[in-house]
Design a protein around this ligand. Structure first.
Ligand code: ADP
Ligand code: ADP
Length: 220
């Protein structure tokens, strides 16, 4: 089942055309690697897939909904309901514990505190952070912080996970551990994941890899 579909997506900034007709489908349960040389338009593509930016031509569908048919409020609602995002630098709230960082987005999504805390505890335990629930991000290692960020991104049960270099800031051993957890979560939840990475070893272990070249997606 397609979760993310891009059809002939173009994006120009004035005279500069960054994306020149991107066609791409991501299905539920799939983990796809996105490889892009710097400046190729990776961030632009992820922003569009995350409904934070609109194409200058072409169509984007998330979970069967055409983004062009929605207004800004509709896109925001669709994004909040269906998309989780992981960044290279985790962007956790420094004043809050690991647990609270995973509880808050759920409460903003309308889940009650108790249920949110139960789910946060379960997810953090799955990624090996059962003993770290009450630590603030600053007291966690880089790999632990990124595990919290991943769990936070999926706490609201999104259908699509977009990750921009989720292990880019980690040493190879830690990156390996975080990637393994991410892969396990995707496998157990049936989430669709698009993972931008420079790490070809990790990319090879995903279901597919696509490369962004000359403004279009080519199979690797
Ligand atoms: P990547 O993430 O692959 O490094 P980006 O998507 O950030 O690439 O940018 C691709 C190209 O588009 C670059 O040449 C960049 O300078 C240009 N670009 C990105 N955002 C803007 C913007 N808001 N205005 C003008 N040019 C932009
Ligand atoms: P806010 O809604 O607080 O103004 P943003 O507009 O930056 O914040 O982001 C809205 C939501 O989308 C946030 O939950 C944020 O984590 C998420 N988000 C940010 N960047 C992306 C992206 N590229 N793709 C998908 N979701 C994103």
């Amino acid at each position: 089942k397609p979760v993310l579909v891009l059809r002939g997506v173009e994006r120009s900034y004035g005279a500069l055309t960054v994306l020149k007709g991107v066609d791409f489908t991501l299905n539920a349960g799939e983990m796809v690697g996105l490889i892009a040389p710097s400046g190729a338009g990776k961030s632009t593509l992820l922003h569009m897939a995350g409904l934070l930016d609109s194409p200058t031509a072409g169509e984007i569908e998330i979970d069967g909904q055409a983004s062009a048919k929605l207004n800004d409020a509709g896109r925001t609602e669709l994004r909040r309901r269906t998309i989780g995002f992981v960044y290279q630098f985790h962007q956790l709230l420094p004043e809050f514990s690991a647990l609270e960082n995973v509880v808050l987005p759920q409460m903003i999504g309308g889940v009650g505190r108790k249920a949110a805390a139960a789910r946060a505890t379960e997810l953090l335990s799955i990624v090996g952070l059962k003993e770290r629930l009450h630590h603030r991000p600053g007291k966690l290692s880089g790999g632990e912080q990124q595990r919290v960020a991943i769990v936070r991104a999926i706490a609201n049960q999104p259908k699509l996970l977009l990750a921009d270099e989720p292990t880019g800031n980690l040493d190879p051993g830690t990156a390996e551990g975080v990637f393994a957890e991410l892969l396990r979560l995707v496998r157990t939840t049936g989430l669709a994941a698009l993972i931008a990475t420079h790490n070809l070893d990790l990319a090879r272990r995903m279901d597919r890899v696509v490369t962004l070249r000359d403004g279009a997606v080519v199979p690797a």
